[in-house]
Design a protein. Structure first.
Length: 90
């Protein structure tokens, strides 16, 4: 079952986001298992929304890449995860 990720990075700047993204997704290439990625500035910092094929794939990505990239970019906020029950596409 697909899994969603929402990251509300209060106080996170675009340069911090760019640093982490460049480390884990060079050339803006999505890693295996990622279905969708959207990010942008929010009222309080930076917001990221992602969809993943499964919890297992997301957990592996977090362990192997994302956790370290967040530390390297000095981002101490973590994401919220949810089970996806509906996806609508055009």
């Amino acid at each position: 079952m697909a899994v969603g990720l929402i990251f509300e990075g209060v106080g996170v700047s675009q340069s911090q986001y760019d640093q982490a993204r460049n480390e884990i997704m060079p050339d803006n290439q999505m890693p295996p298992g990622m279905l969708y990625h959207a990010a942008g500035p929010s009222e309080n910092g930076f917001c990221v929304i992602e969809m993943w094929e499964s919890q297992e794939v997301l957990d592996q990505f977090f362990r192997e890449k994302l956790g370290q990239a967040l530390q390297n970019a000095k981002i101490d906020a973590g994401p919220t995860f949810f089970q996806v029950v509906n996806i609508m596409e055009p």
